[in-house]
Design a protein around this ligand. Structure first.
Ligand code: HEM
Length: 500
């Protein structure tokens, strides 16, 4: 009996390693746990992934314990996500931690796939455009949020303050207005503050708990006591609270509360009615409305706000870059409000903002993709249904692409000539912070406008200094779902009295 069991186990192991060989090579996996032991014990799993990329090439497989094909090279990411293969690499795997924020199965736009995703994404992009993303209408919304931030600063002691929360609310208000039609005044933002703290708590849990990784790898463990609670249900409860807030906002729009302008939710409600009349199968319904809006609210607030916090941190740590940037703003914009139409003349600012996106590198792990059918990548066979991780953070950090990648150096995107400077557009295109192709960030145009206008408006108005002049901000990040800067205390010095 024992020898039969042994033979059976050996056969299973032989088949396991034959199956392992059908994927691109990577670190040696163990049966059952794959490479989990190598990643779960790393203090920063996404950095460990980057290191593996150096060992095994730009396309390799880690078993968690199911295979994940990791792509860490720029050319390989372009091959997978752009051109003829782009469609095939655009599906999403069904993963319990990715569905934490789902209100209905396959709901929303970030983690859904197939026809439902197609419909939600197309509607999201066209509605964001309709509400002015990429035009002066959105510019006005952003500037009015910046103005509210400055009015708030005017009431504070600027000799020592933590700008984290005010900046979050400034960015949060832009997406709040797009989605729900109004902004939240600084004096009445207790509820938003509560949700911000809740999101921070969730990020902290994901960062510090091995149980989260265990549930992600072995979804059935979420039904076990303790591991399930720590690794899934506690996070799910936070997600449900956030979904409940979005639900209340949707109701406010439905009941047409006073002061609410035309917004994403009202456009979505109209779309539901339109599709009902057509009597065709559709993913537009109340459940998906809440799901898509939750996706946009969370993705739209956290990533852009964190990038702007990085901008402020990096510019404080690099006073020469800050002063050069302020000088360009003085020369080209002067005292008036900055506008997107200034962008083409603000060449140094463009290089600085591009370097901010690269160095802040906020998305630690990209969202998983999945292939629909068999394919190849960099000469490797990739079977249908394989989970693929286009690890954009590894590209932004790659020393072979960006010399001295760990340094904040906007000059890398600039060619100096006798009569001025020229931007190195091909180099800037390598900063793929928003990923590429069919799944490329749906809020990219909005995020770029926010980071550009908010960062530059702050530098135009204030000199960013450390509250304690003997201490510059530390640049080693806190790793979590996002890579965030460490808390810091600032002194803001008015460069001049603003005229707007
Ligand atoms: C600096 C800020 C931002 C960064 C760095 C960023 C980055 C990303 C990345 C890396 C992805 C995953 C792409 C992939 O699957 O390969 C993504 C997806 C997404 N982002 Fe952003 N994002 C930012 C801001 C925003 C904003 C402001 C919004 C909303 C208005 C937004 C909405 C989305 C959505 C809806 C998706 C899912 C797209 C899909 O699966 O079709 N993001 N973003």
């Amino acid at each position: 009996m024992l020898s039969l069991l042994l033979i059976f186990t050996i056969i299973i192991i032989i088949f396991y390693y034959k199956w392992v060989k059908t994927f691109p090579p990577g670190p040696f996996p163990l049966p059952i746990i794959g490479n989990l032991h190598q990643l779960a014990t790393a203090s920063h799993p996404h950095k460990r992934i980057e290191e593996l990329g150096k060992e095994y090439g730009k396309v390799f497989t880690v078993f968690l314990p199911l295979p994940v094909v990791v792509v860490t090279g720029l050319e390989e990411t372009r091959e997978a996500l752009l051109g003829s293969k782009g469609d095939n690499f655009s599906s999403r795997p069904d993963n319990p931690s990715d569905s934490l924020f789902m209100n209905i199965p396959n709901g929303g736009v970030i983690f859904s796939e197939g026809k439902q995703w197609n419909e939600q994404r197309a509607f999201t992009l066209s509605t964001l455009r309709y509400f002015g993303v990429g035009s002066q209408i959105m510019e006005q919304k952003i500037i009015s949020s910046v103005q509210a931030l400055f009015d708030h600063f005017d009431k504070l002691d600027l000799s020592c303050l933590d700008i984290n929360w005010p900046v979050h609310l400034c960015v949060g208000n832009v997406i709040h207005e797009v989605l729900f039609g109004d902004q939240v005044p600084y004096g009445k933002a207790h509820e938003m503050r509560y949700f911000q703290d809740l999101i921070d708590e969730a990020m902290q849990m994901v960062r510090s708990r091995a149980s989260v990784l265990v549930v992600q790898a072995l979804p059935w463990t979420r039904h076990l006591p303790l591991i399930g609670y720590w690794g899934y249900w506690q996070l799910r409860n936070i997600a449900l609270e956030l979904i409940k807030y979005v639900n209340e906002q949707v109701q406010r729009v439905q009941e047409k509360d006073e002061g609410i302008e035309e917004n994403f939710v009202s456009a979505y409600l109209r779309e539901i009615k339109k599709r009902e009349k057509l009597e065709e199968e559709t993913s537009f319904n109340d459940g998906n409305l809440v799901n898509t809006v939750t996706d946009l609210w969370l993705a739209g607030m956290e990533t852009a706000a964190t990038t702007i916090r990085w901008a402020i941190t990096l510019l404080t740590a690099h006073p020469k870059v800050q002063e050069k940037l302020a000088a360009e703003l003085d020369e080209i914009v002067g005292d008036r409000m900055i506008s997107m139409s200034d962008k083409q003349r603000l060449l140094y600012a463009q290089a600085v903002v591009c370097e901010i996106h690269r160095v802040s590198n906020v998305v630690t792990f990209n969202v998983f993709h999945k292939t629909y059918r068999d394919d190849t990548l960099a000469g490797h066979f990739i079977p249908a249904g394989t989970t693929v991780l286009p690890q954009v953070s590894a590209v932004l950090d790659d020393e072979q692409i960006f010399e001295n990648a760990h340094e904040f150096n906007p000059e890398r995107f600039i060619k100096r000539k006798n009569d001025g400077i020229e931007l190195l557009k091909d180099e800037m295109d390598k900063v793929i912070a928003f990923s590429l192709g069919k799944r490329q960030c749906a809020g990219e145009a909005l995020a770029r406008m926010e980071v550009f206008l908010i960062t530059l408006s702050i530098v135009q108005r204030y000199r960013l200094l450390p509250a304690d002049s003997s201490q510059l901000p530390k640049l080693n990040p806190i790793f979590g779902i996002l890579q965030t800067p460490k808390p810091f205390e600032w002194r803001l010095q008015n460069r001049k009295i603003s005229k707007y």
